[in-house]
Structure formats: structure tokens, C-alpha cells
Write a protein of this length. Sequence first.
Lengths: 114, 111
Amino acid sequence: LAKTTQPISMDSYEGQEVNITCSHNNIATNDYITWYQQFPSQGPRFIIQGYKTKVTNEVASLFIPADRKSSTLSLPRVSLSDTAVYYCLVGDGPNNNAGNMLTFGGGTRLMVKP
Amino acid sequence: DVKVTQSSRYLVKRTGEKVFLECVQDMDHENMFWYRQDPGLGLRLIYFSYDVKMKEKGDIPEGYSVSREKKERFSLILESASTNQTSMYLCGSGGANYGYTFGSGTRLTVV
């Protein structure tokens, strides 16, 4: 089980770029890295997933270095509505016990200020 | 978009009652799971299922059971509700390599 470590909290201002880094030193060869966003009283929402290098979608970018021992979620030009908790998860692979993938760490509480 | 629907948004039950929390997904996913989320404790996995009639215990299965008779439906059962089971319950489905989708949650209060 690949454990993840993230900062507990971060503050930012509207319009800034926010980068949240996650450490996963024990990541396995077939693990994917997935990020989720959670607002109060809602379930976590899938943001982005990657295996290596860089992945970009309409919401965020995910940067993964060659050794894959960390990853960085990048949110461009945040707004007040991006205030949420962000979780980094590392998967065990498609054919393994699915439960091993589903361990959430404490997440990073992002506060966007006006 | 994958949709995961939890049957109730808010529930209030009495101590000792048998409680059923229902979850339905519409994307033919093999994997389904239940978490509970409490302030300061984060999300903790209760049970998950990787196929019909298959189930595996998560980190905190005590006091809970599950049922998966059909692929799209995964039920969480509190055999005899207790006040320490007051929590937000989150159901979801998906897979390790294409992400998981969660429902909106059921906030259960046991009085």
C-alpha cells in the first residue's frame, strides 16, 4: 500500500496559481495517481489522474516526475469556489484488491481568499 | 457522466434500529464501496465489493454489514444502530485506474 503525504493546509488568493504536492515514496510500478476535491457535506469529486509526466484537463494539471515518488496538482487562477479539501490517492493496479487503493490521507485544505 | 445515487440525504434513526443505506450506480462498475467521514478522522473505508455477492472488509467494518445482490446496487446495513454510528456515509463506484465516483452522501443521526 503506497502511503501519501500532503500538506495539511494552504492559503491562496483569487487569481493565483496553486500547486499542491503529494509524496508517495513507495509507489508501485502499476500504480496510478489520482486527485480528488471535496466540498463540505459532499462526496469527493474526481479531478485528475495520471501515471507519469504531465496530464492536463479543463480543471487542473498533474505533474509527475520521472521517479514518480511525488506528484503536484496545479490549479490555474483559483477562485473562491476552489476552496475545498484536496486528496491525493495512489492505486494498487487494476487486478489487485480494490480496497488497497481506497485509503484516503488527511488531504490538503485549500483556502482561497479574495 | 457516472452517477452514484444514495437513497437518502438525511436520516434520523433510533438506537437499536436496523438501518439500510442504499447506493446505486449506473456505469456497470465492478467495484463499489462505503466510507464514513467524521470530523478529524477523515474518510474511513467500511466495506467494498469488487463483484456481485463479493465483499471485503475495510478498515472499520465492526457494526456494519453489506449486501450486493446486483451489480448496480450496494447496500450498507447497520444491524443495531448506535449513537457512535452517527456520521456522514459516502458510497461510490469505479476502479483504481479510471477513478472513483462518489454519491452525495447520507448524513445519519442516531438518537
